[in-house]
Design a protein around this ligand. Structure first.
Ligand code: GAL
Length: 374
């Protein structure tokens, strides 16, 4: 009996030791120094929680260029405020023939852990060097260690020749023989909704730009990306090893012009926050919900409230982190881009709030702390 009590006391002590958050403030928009005193350089990123440690992966940005001259950086933290630089998790390559050669565009990396294979899997948006944003490829890398080095596996358009679950052969057939349509006319919008660009890219695979990953409770992982010239989002299930696509996918909000997708699930409802498409300039966030990740998705008004809500407080969504051990704390993460000085881009981290109806909303906070949440 005594032994059992000691065991319980010991376990409780361990559990407390595993609640290492801090009341140090999170200050959005400010310089955020790492353990070396340098501003964290992990933009368009996301966070993986593994073995009681948080790992922040993001784009390394330089002084003058937004292109990738270093690769994907990784930082670790126990409390989400104090971050240790772990180095370059995926490095760009010197070989000019490499798809990830120095000077390519490598954006919005996200890492997930596959319990079945024990591997860490990274997906990101890749644009081939010197080709602007025309490649629109999804790229994948893998590692046995969370901090890397990640091995680059390859890139491509998504699900070539495979019909999305919510596209019908009839819709595609109705697009046969259409004359050239002027953009944004009612006829063009109707054609895009039916799959004008989807059909164009069907054989070669769908375009994939801004992206995120989501692992559901059942271990299935999803790749959510801006497709069809950024006019339509796609949600595509990954294979069991997370290294490719399973072929099951849906189109979401065609003609909606959404990018920068971020997603979380609360009480069985999926919520997705995105941005519009205005490059590095901020715009109003959008929000959608669904009871099944494959849809249908319903659009809500802009979740941001208060001053600068029409430009997401100057930022663009990148990730939403449910904080373990903190019921109802979901951190909305966004980037305040500085295209003229990319390395100085800042981070917005705000706790998502919920109305009585359970609908999420955001308000600017100069500072807040995680420990204040139950
Ligand atoms: C943004 C996008 C960024 C980057 C940028 C380039 O719209 O979210 O990830 O691609 O455009 O202009």
């Amino acid at each position: 009996m005594k032994k059992a009590l000691y065991l319980i006391a010991g376990l409780l002590a361990m559990a407390c030791a595993r609640s290492p958050y801090t009341d140090q403030p999170i200050r959005s928009g400010e310089i955020w120094p790492d353990d070396r005193g340098e501003h964290i350089n992990a933009h368009g990123g996301g966070i993986l929680c593994y073995d009681n440690t948080f790992y922040w992966f993001g784009e390394h940005k330089g002084e003058r260029s937004s292109s990738a001259f270093v690769g994907v950086t990784c930082y670790s933290s126990k409390d989400l405020v104090n971050w240790k630089y772990e180095g370059v998790a995926l490095s760009v390559e010197d070989d000019p023939e490499s798809e990830i050669t120095r000077g390519c565009v490598l954006e919005r990396p996200k890492v997930i852990y596959n319990k079945k294979t024990g591997k860490f899997v990274m997906w990101f948006h890749l644009e081939l060097k010197g080709r602007g944003y025309s490649a629109a490829r999804a790229a994948v890398a893998v590692s046995d260690n969370v901090t890397g080095p990640y091995k680059y596996l390859g890139s491509g358009r998504v699900n070539p020749g495979i019909l999305a679950q919510n596209v019908s052969e009839e819709d595609l057939a109705s697009l046969e023989g259409l004359p050239e349509l002027e953009s944004w006319t009612p006829e063009w919008l109707d054609a895009v909704k039916k799959g004008l660009y989807y059909k164009r890219d069907f054989e070669g695979g769908q375009m994939s730009r801004d992206m995120t990953l989501y692992v559901d409770d059942d271990g299935k992982a999803y790749h959510i990306y801006a497709s069809e010239e950024n006019l339509t989002l796609n949600i595509a299930e990954l294979s069991d090893d997370y290294l490719s696509h399973s072929g099951k996918y849906v189109r979401v909000a065609p003609t909606g012009h959404n990018e920068a997708p971020s997603i979380f699930k609360r009480n069985g409802t999926y919520w997705m926050i995105t941005s519009g498409c205005t490059g590095w300039a901020p715009n109003a966030a959008r929000m959608f919900s669904a009871s099944d990740i494959m849809g249908p998705w319903t659009q809500y008004p802009n979740p941001c409230r208060g001053e600068k809500s029409e430009i997401t407080y100057g930022g663009q969504s990148t990730y939403i982190l449910p904080v373990p051990g903190k019921k109802d704390l979901y951190i909305f993460m966004a980037d305040i881009w500085r295209p003229a000085h990319p390395i100085d881009a800042r981070y917005i981290w705000l706790p998502i709030q919920f109305g009585e109806d359970g609908v999420p909303f955001l308000e600017w906070m100069d500072e807040w702390n995680i420990e204040a949440y139950k």
